[in-house]
Design a protein around this ligand. Structure first.
Ligand code: SAH
Ligand code: SF4
Length: 361
């Protein structure tokens, strides 16, 4: 099978064009069609000679992803459900910056992208893992989520040049379990000839694959790292995250320390508050200890109810009490007052719903 054109870095394209005895400026033209104008066919690349377009067509696949549905209005969280070439469904979520919270311009958006179809890690609270793991996404399928959202934006907001300023790798799947494809995709999305998104504006979230965190620390590109902690003791974490048996907290925190020693950036702990599981005030001290040890900040996220699962989010009073107790330990923490709750914004939920509805139809 031909590899997809959007899985190629500039050096690979240059080597191929050289073999074809094409001048290098043709590569620049090609990249402009792919990442600035975001066309969806070879024939749209009108300044490339027809013979070259034919050659590209024979040599490379050129797949785009198809929008199945979009939920949410333009000033809120918007969720895109995509269909891939093999019929698999994945999600990306576009989240407007909260100017009140971060003092950012209100046209800033963060895009949350998926890295796998399904997930093998089976966290007990998560919709993505409910039907297991299907496959890794290819490099081009990760890249194309960003390109396709920009393509969509250029139609609905013809005046806006770009909508995605930040990238979070927090959609469906465990990013570090699709390590090679993810890294190549991020290289393309970061490159000035590609997505042009700064490495500091890219956050990778992991459920805690310790060896891959160490590997990531040694990469030349330095991304931000978020750890899905959700439990501050092995006892609590093990109950909801089977991965903790493989990489217990001790091993995870050691890997995080290594990451930080190489990278120097602040790590973020994601901590979903689930009623009666990890939201007790007794959990605040061990959580604060871990955060202090790693100089991490903590994002508290009220649990998003998943159909078929019995977990619940705690009351707002309980969420606020947890936040306050954590802050009085001197920890930098935020409580996400969810914007996407109404549209199943947590990872995997829209896909799960759609697949179940399709199965019933
Ligand atoms: N597999 C990676 C990245 C994808 S999950 C990881 O686990 O970090 C992205 C985040 O969404 C994780 O922090 C995950 O724990 C969280 N999440 C999953 N289901 C959720 C739900 N129902 N409500 C709130 N957050 C959820
Ligand atoms: Fe997979 Fe992350 Fe969901 Fe766990 S939380 S099942 S690792 S996607």
């Amino acid at each position: 099978m031909n590899c997809d054109i959007k899985s190629q870095i500039v050096e690979e394209l240059q080597a191929q064009f050289q073999e074809w005895e094409q001048p290098t400026y043709r590569v620049t033209q090609l990249l402009e069609w792919l990442y600035q104008r975001r066309v969806t066919s070879w024939d749209a690349m009108t300044n490339l000679p027809k013979a070259l377009r034919d050659r590209l067509n024979q040599h490379y696949a050129f797949n785009t992803i198809t929008l199945v549905t979009k939920q949410g209005a333009s000033d809120t969280t918007q969720k895109f459900l995509w269909r891939l070439e093999d019929g698999s469904l994945i999600e990306s979520v576009l989240i407007p910056a909260n100017p009140a919270l971060y003092g950012e311009a209100s046209d800033r958006h963060t895009l949350c992208v998926s890295t796998q179809v399904g997930c093998a890690y089976g966290c007990k609270f998560c919709a993505s893992g409910l039907d297991g793991w299907k496959r890794n996404l290819g490099v081009h399928e990760i890249v194309e989520q960003v390109v396709a959202v920009e393509r969509w934006n250029s139609v609905v907001n013809p005046k806006s040049e770009r909508i995605v300023n930040n990238l979070v790798i927090m959609g469906m799947g465990e990013p570090l379990a699709n390590y090679e494809n993810l890294l190549k995709a991020l290289k393309i999305l970061n490159a000035p000839w590609g997505g042009g998104i700064g490495a500091r504006k890219i956050t990778i979230s992991t459920s805690g694959l310790a060896p891959q965190i160490r590997k990531l620390a040694d990469e030349p590109l330095q991304f931000r790292l978020a750890i899905s902690l959700h439990g501050a003791t092995d006892e609590v974490r093990e109950k909801i995250m089977p991965v903790n048996r493989k990489y217990p907290l001790r091993e995870l925190t050691n890997a995080c320390e290594y990451y930080q020693s190489k990278n120097g950036r602040m790590i973020t702990f994601e901590y979903i508050l689930i009623a009666g599981v990890n939201d007790g005030i007794d959990q605040v001290k061990p959580l604060a200890e871990l955060a202090r040890q790693l100089n991490a900040k903590v994002n508290l996220i009220p649990y998003n109810k998943v159909e078929d699962l019995s977990w619940e989010r705690p009351s707002e009073a309980r969420q606020e009490a947890f936040l306050q107790a954590l802050e009085s330990e001197g920890i930098t923490a935020t409580l996400r007052r969810e914007k996407g709750h109404d549209i199943d914004a947590a990872c995997g939920q829209l896909r799960l719903k759609t697949e179940r509805a399709m199965a019933e139809a």
